[in-house]
Design a protein around this ligand. Structure first.
Ligand code: ATP
Length: 818
């Protein structure tokens, strides 16, 4: 007994001694340590295995010299790597040995994630079976090399083949593979189904919980002994797991049944008040929601009306006036002729002129400290810096004498040159260079200009293209003796605009009493010209028609002013921008307004024949038309004061003077002498108000204009030329048509327009029904006779006597019945 006792004592002592070692292995640190070791070892083995496949033949001889440091292995992980690989791959399972690496890594992970020991063993078993299967299979495929199957696979393969033969072995391998998959997948499949079931149950429970409105179910985690519970109990125990977090709040109860009762009671007590709270919450929410809906509707209504134009702009984009002729191609440069335009500088000529200037001035005791020459296309500018103490007025007074001494035509003295402290003497070149329209149009200055109506009129003395904006001028007066280049100048202006502006953007009204200069532009009638309704020829050659056209243009001006006023903008540019942004409603008569350029050649002729009849509308247009995009270009041969009257001069600040015969004419045009000193052939002076610039006008010949007009004319055009409003003399249109039968076809439409708009104006009818002024005026008279609009009230619109369309319908019906 005593012995027994001592032995039991010993065993308990041993157990007590072993316990700390075992418990150490169960600690978290040791588990992490082992897991890390296994994972790193798997990586180590994997690298060694891979390296082994490349170096195994070389390393074979080193395997026996594991401890010998002089012998080196080629395996990446040295001799240990080589030996382990040899053992697992060569002597073991071949390629299938890689599964060891995989399994070691998985074991490490499993230990980290606290998988049970039995599970780890099971997974090892599966891997070992797989390894065996693969090594046998590889042994069957590759018999010569034991590297793929390992010796185990190789030997097993031979052994099995001896008994079953090759075919038998294949069948066995397939059978084993199927068994393997069935067993493994079955297990995984079940687990998956179980998991899905669990999740489903939990979802249902959670749903229930929600439905019962935070019903707290607290159950005690039953001991392992209580596993034998019925199905419903099982469900509950699963549920308990999901509400694990609630467990610490449970007080210990010995009796489970009483505990359950208490819980249900607790739920009821706690549940009711929360439900009430929820209900009241819901009520308040619904109240708020009702208010919110009202507010939302009101907001939507506001925003939709405010952003209507933005919405249209967003939906349709900016209005494109060129859309109707979207395929229109601008004339190409090659339609214009190119000349040799390199300015030739003759040093002898320069030297001779310089000497002449110096000598002449010396004769008048004017010393020169410096002289500089700028060679232009037709003239050379000599800039002189006089010696100190010499008065500029002295040089200016000697202008004629100097010109005489230099014995040359076209000398002009500029004393002083504005902005510089020098005196300029312009001397014509012996050989002048033609400035082609081609070079002016193709110049960067013109091509890149952002002007509204850019005109490349020619080149300055410094050979720069001179580009001006007709819209800023705003009207241009051109004068010059016959044969000095006026017509060419007019063509240059028109060509510039044709090269830069789309047919939708600019319209010309051409007045040509000579009947020959501008006829070529007939070809572009439906593209670029504007004309009176019911007239055949767009280019006006008849003086009486000029008067009508000018008056019609005045009506157009008034209409445009009405539109600008309605749009609350100050000028055509702002108006068109607003229209493009779709802020102006076309139903209110708004439309994109093209610029209108009225060109009158031989103005003197007109004044002589029509006098005041022409002068008055021209003066009116010149005074008022700048803001609404109507610009006048008036050219005359005779720049006398009875042609270029004070009132016209005052409204034409921009003037071009070609060569004139007398100083007086020059003064009439430019308010300064100089034009009489020009050399002709396009040599001109441009006065933009203050300073005068000498320019060589760009030369555009008739064949070039013909080519351009042909090019434009051959393209798709508008259905008709731009229609100007109809103008009727005061005498006509005053008789009131009382007879119903004689009424205009559009009478009813006109009445509807007037009644709808509640505005009795002829211009409204013109815009809405696209009528000429004449017809619209007649319609207004007929409407007055019918009692739809009131009498004429001067500048105010007529009163509309019919309140709405229904009343109008009745009125017209009554008329019929009478
Ligand atoms: N810019 C220019 N460059 C070179 N030559 C020019 C230029 N302008 C005009 N000429 C020459 O002058 C000639 C007459 O020009 P143009 O027909 O323009 O004169 P005009 O002033 O219109 O004459 P008219 O008043 O008699 O019609 C042209 O045929 C041309 O040879």
């Amino acid at each position: 007994m005593a012995k027994k006792k001592t032995s039991t004592n010993k065993s308990t002592i041993v157990k007590e001694r072993k316990k700390p070692v075992f418990s150490f292995l169960k600690t978290r640190q040791s588990k992490t340590l082992i897991a890390t070791f296994l994972m790193l070892f798997s990586v180590f083995l994997c690298i060694a295995f891979i390296s082994f496949f490349f170096n195994w033949q070389n390393d074979q001889s080193t395997l026996n010299y594991l401890t010998d440091r002089t012998v080196k292995s080629e395996n990446l992980l040295g001799k240990i790597g080589a030996s382990l690989s040899h053992f697992f791959i060569y002597k073991g399972f071949g390629i299938a040995a890689f599964l060891i690496c995989y399994q070691l890594f998985v074991t490490g992970v499993n230990i980290l994630f606290k998988k049970t020991f039995s599970k780890i063993i099971i997974s090892w078993n599966w891997t070992l079976i797989a390894m065996l299967w693969f090594s046998v299979a590889f042994g069957f495929i590759e018999k010569k090399l034991a590297l793929f199957s390992g010796i185990i696979g190789y030997e097993l393969n031979l052994f099995l083949q001896d008994f079953t033969g090759k075919t038998g072995l294949i069948i066995i391998l397939i059978f084993l593979a199927i068994i393997y998959f069935i067993f493994r997948f079955k297990a995984t499949f079940n687990a998956l189904i179980d998991k899905l079931k669990e999740q489903k149950i939990q979802r249902e429970k959670r749903k229930k919980l929600k439905d019962e409105n935070s019903k707290e179910i607290i159950t005690e985690n039953t001991d392992k002994k209580d596993k034998k519970v019925d199905d419903t109990k099982k469900e509950k125990s699963e549920f308990e797991l999901s509400v694990e977090n609630l467990q610490p709040t449970i007080t210990k109860h010995s009796d489970v049944a009483t505990n359950k009762e208490e819980i249900s009671l607790q739920i009821e007590k706690e549940y009711q008040p929360t439900l009430k709270v929820e209900q009241t919450k819901e009520e308040t929410v619904s109240e708020i929601k009702d208010v919110g809906i009202d507010v939302a509707i009101a907001k939507e209504e506001e925003s939709s009306t405010e952003n209507l134009s933005d919405k249209i702009l967003k939906d349709f984009g900016e209005f494109d006036p060129t859309l109707e002729l979207s395929n229109y191609r601008f004339p190409t440069f090659n339609l214009l002729k190119q000349y040799n335009e390199s300015i030739s500088i003759d040093p002898d000529e320069l030297e001779a002129n310089k000497n002449k200037i110096v000598e002449t001035l010396k004769n008048y005791k004017i010393g020169i400290s410096e002289i500089k020459a700028t060679v232009g296309p037709t003239i050379t500018l000599y800039e002189i810096v006089p010696e100190a103490g010499i008065r500029i007025s002295k040089i200016k007074n000697l202008e004629d004498d100097i010109a005489l001494s230099l014995a040359a035509l076209g000398i002009r003295i500029i004393a002083p040159i504005p902005g510089k402290g020098t005196i300029g003497i312009e001397v014509p070149n012996k050989k002048s260079t033609i400035v082609s329209m081609h070079s002016a149009i193709s110049s960067k200055r013109f091509q890149e200009s952002q002007m509204e109506l850019p005109i490349a009129i020619g080149k300055t003395i410094s050979n720069e293209t001179f580009v001006v904006d007709l819209a800023k001028m705003p009207h241009l007066l051109m004068a010059g003796a016959t044969g000095q280049g006026k017509s060419v100048g007019l063509n240059a202006v028109l060509t510039s605009l044709l090269y830069k502006k789309h047919p939708a953007e600019v319209k010309f009204i051409l007045v040509d009493p000579k009947k020959v200069e501008l006829t070529l532009f007939n070809k572009i009638e439906r593209h670029y010209l504007a004309k009176l309704p019911d007239t055949e020829e767009a280019i006006i050659t008849d003086t009486s028609k000029v008067v009508t056209t000018l008056n019609s243009l005045c009506i157009e001006m008034d209409n445009r002013y009405d539109l600008l006023k309605a749009a609350m903008v100050r000028n055509i540019k702002e108006y068109n921008q607003k229209f493009k942004k779709r802020k102006l409603n076309p139903n209110d008569g708004h439309q994109f307004l093209p610029y209108i350029v009225l060109v009158i050649d031989e103005f003197a002729d007109l004044i002589m024949t029509a006098g005041k009849e022409v002068e008055t509308p021209i003066a009116r247009l010149a005074q008022l038309a700048r803001a609404i995009g109507i610009h006048l270009i008036v050219a005359t041969q005779r720049p006398s004061v009875n042609v270029i009257t004070g009132i016209i001069k005052a409204n034409f600040p921009s003037r071009i003077a070609f060569r004139v015969t007398s100083k007086i004419d020059s003064r009439t045009i430019l308010d300064a002498p100089g034009a009489d000193q020009l050399i002709g052939r396009g040599d001109m002076l441009y006065s933009g108000g203050n300073d005068i610039t000498r320019i060589q006008c760009a030369f555009v010949d008739t064949p070039e204009v013909e080519k351009i007009t042909d090019f434009i004319g051959s393209q798709k055009a508008y259905s008709e030329a731009y229609q100007l409003p109809e103008y009727v003399d005061d005498e006509s249109g005053t008789s009131i048509d009382v007879d119903i039968e004689d009424r205009d076809k559009l009478f009813k439409d006109a009445a509807e327009v007037i009644v709808t708009a509640q505005q009795g104006s002829a211009s409204l009818l013109q815009r809405k029904l696209k009528l000429g002024y004449n017809r619209a005026g007649r319609l207004i008279d007929q409407l007055e006779a019918a009692g739809i609009v009131g009498g004429f009230e001067g500048s105010k619109a007529r009163q509309v006597l019919v309140p709405d369309l229904l009343a109008l319908e009745q009125l017209l019906e009554n008329e019929k019945n009478q």
